[in-house]
Design a protein around this ligand. Structure first.
Ligand code: NAD
Ligand code: DAU
Length: 340
C-alpha cells in the first residue's frame, strides 16, 4: 500500500480514519475523495489540511469518469470506501440517494478499481445488514436481514463487493461497524443531536418507548479497526467491529442530560421510527484475533464526546441552519406536535 483513496473521508468516521492514517503512516499518500453532501464537511479535515501526505479531491463515487481520473492522477493502489448516505431516517423519507451512492457508487468504485489493478478494496459496512437481533450476537456468517432502505442499500453494496471478489478475484475486505459516536458527527444522529438540542434546552424526541438497544463504539476505535482489517484482513472476508457495549436509548439519553446538567423532562416519547430495529449486537472475536483492541470505555468516551460538543459550538452551530432546519421540520414537527 502506498497511495490510498479514502472515499467519504470528509464525513464523521471517514475523517477520523483520514486523520489517523495521515498521522500514523507518513509513507502513505492519503487522498480523500468526497462529494461533500450535506454530511461532508472539510472542517473535519482541518487538523491534516497542511500535511504533505494528504490531498483532497471533490467528487462522486458514482461518477465513473471522475473516479477513473482520480485513480489515475494519484496512481491509487488501495481504496477504502466510507462514502455513503448514512442516516436511517433520511432513507425512510427518500431512498433514492441511498441506492445511488451505497449500491451504484460502490459498484463503480469496485469496477474502476479492478480495471486499474488496485491491490485491495476495503468496504466499510454496518451491523444493520444483519437486521434486528432479539437475542444473542451476530457473527460474520449470519444471513442478511436488512430492514430499512439504508440497511438494504448497505447490504447491496456488500453483495457487490463479494461478487467482485468471487468473480474477478479482486482482493476485498469488509468491516461491519456498530453504532459509532464521538467528535465531528453530523448532529442528526442520536448522540450529537440530543447533546446539541439539550444544550439549547430543546425537547429530545425519543422514538417509541426508548428501550431499543444499540451497541456503541467510539469513532477512534472504529478508525483503528478499519486500519487493522485493511492491513491484516484475509481476502474475501468480513469482520465485525463491535463496541460490545449495548445500551438502551433511554439510558444513553438520560446520561447525556446528566452530563450537561439538564432536566430529564426534556425527553419526549414521540411516535416510533417506521420499521425500527429493536436491537443490534455483534461479537468482535474475528477482528480481535487480528489484533484489534478497543481503547475507549463508553462512559468516559461519552463524557469526552459531550464535552467536545460543548467546547466546539463553532463546528455544529453553522450546520444547524438552512437545509438542516428543513430536515428537522420534516422529521420531527409532526411527531412532536402529536404528543402535545
Ligand atoms: P457520514 O454521513 O458522516 O459521511 C458520509 C460521507 O460520504 C460524507 O462526507 C459525504 O459527503 C460522503 N458521500 C456521500 N455520498 C457520496 C458520493 N456519492 N460520493 C462521494 N462521497 C459521498 O457517514 P459516517 O457516519 O461517517 O459513515 C461512514 C461509513 O461508515 C458509511 O459507509 C456508513 O454506512 C458506515 N457506518 C457508519 C456507522 C455510524 O454509526 N455512523 C456505523 C457503522 C458503519
Ligand atoms: O448500527 C450502525 C448504524 O448506526 C450505522 O450503520 C448508521 O449509519 C448510523 O446512522 C447508526 O444508525 P442508527 O439508526 O442506529 O443511529 P441513530 O443515531 O439514527 O439512532 C440511534 C438510536 O436512537 C435508534 O434506535 C433510533 C433512536 N433515535 C434516533 C434519533 C435520531 C431516537 O430515538 N430519536 C432520534 O431523534
Amino acid at each position: 500500500m502506498k497511495n490510498i483513496l479514502v472515499t467519504g473521508g470528509a464525513g464523521f468516521i471517514g475523517s477520523a480514519f483520514v486523520r489517523h492514517m495521515v498521522a500514523n503512516y507518513p509513507d502513505y499518500n492519503i487522498v480523500c475523495y468526497d462529494k461533500l453532501t450535506y454530511a461532508g464537511n472539510v472542517d473535519n479535515l482541518l487538523p491534516v489540511s497542511d500535511e504533505e501526505n494528504y490531498r483532497f479531491e471533490r467528487g462522486d463515487i458514482a461518477d465513473r469518469r471522475a473516479v477513473q481520473h482520480v485513480l489515475e492522477q494519484y496512481a491509487i493502489d488501495t481504496i477504502v470506501n466510507f462514502a455513503a448516505e448514512s442516516h436511517v431516517d433520511r432513507s425512510i423519507l427518500e431512498p433514492d440517494a441511498f441506492i445511488h451512492t451505497d449500491v451504484v457508487g460502490a459498484y463503480i468504485l469496485l469496477d474502476e478499481g479492478r480495471k486499474h489493478g488496485i491491490e485491495r478494496f476495503c468496504q466499510v459496512s454496518t451491523d444493520e445488514v444483519y437486521g434486528d437481533i432479539e437475542v444473542g450476537h451476530s457473527v460474520e456468517d449470519d444471513r442478511f436481514l436488512p430492514n430499512s432502505p439504508y440497511a438494504a442499500s448497505k447490504a447491496g453494496g456488500e453483495l457487490m463487493v463479494r461478487a467482485y471478489h468471487v468473480t474477478y478475484g479482486l482482493d476485498t475486505v469488509i468491516t461491519r461497524g456498530s453504532n459509532t459516536y464521538g467528535p465531528y458527527q453530523y448532529p442528526e444522529k442520536l448522540v450529537p443531536f440530543f447533546t446539541t438540542e439539550a444544550m439549547d434546552d430543546r425537547p429530545l424526541p425519543l422514538y417509541g418507548d426508548g428501550e431499543q438497544i444499540r451497541d456503541w463504539l467510539h469513532v477512534d476505535d472504529h478508525a483503528r479497526g478499519v486500519d487493522c482489517i485493511l492491513h491484516f484482513g484475509r481476502p474475501g472476508e468480513a469482520y465485525n467491529l463491535a463496541g460490545e457495549n449495548q445500551r438502551h436509548n433511554i439510558n444513553v439519553t438520560r446520561r447525556i442530560l446528566d452530563l450537561l446538567g439538564k432536566p430529564q423532562s426534556l425527553i419526549r416519547h414521540v411516535p416510533d421510527r417506521e420499521g425500527h430495529d429493536r436491537r443490534y449486537a455483534m461479537t468482535a472475536e474475528k477482528a480481535r484475533a487480528l489484533g484489534w483492541q478497543r481503547q475507549f470505555d463508553f462512559d468516559r468516551g461519552l463524557e469526552a464526546t459531550v464535552r467536545w460538543y460543548q467546547e466546539n459550538e463553532w463546528w455544529w452551530r453553522k450546520i444547524k441552519t438552512g437545509d438542516y432546519l428543513e430536515y428537522y421540520k420534516r422529521q420531527y414537527a409532526e411527531r412532536l406536535a402529536s404528543i402535545r
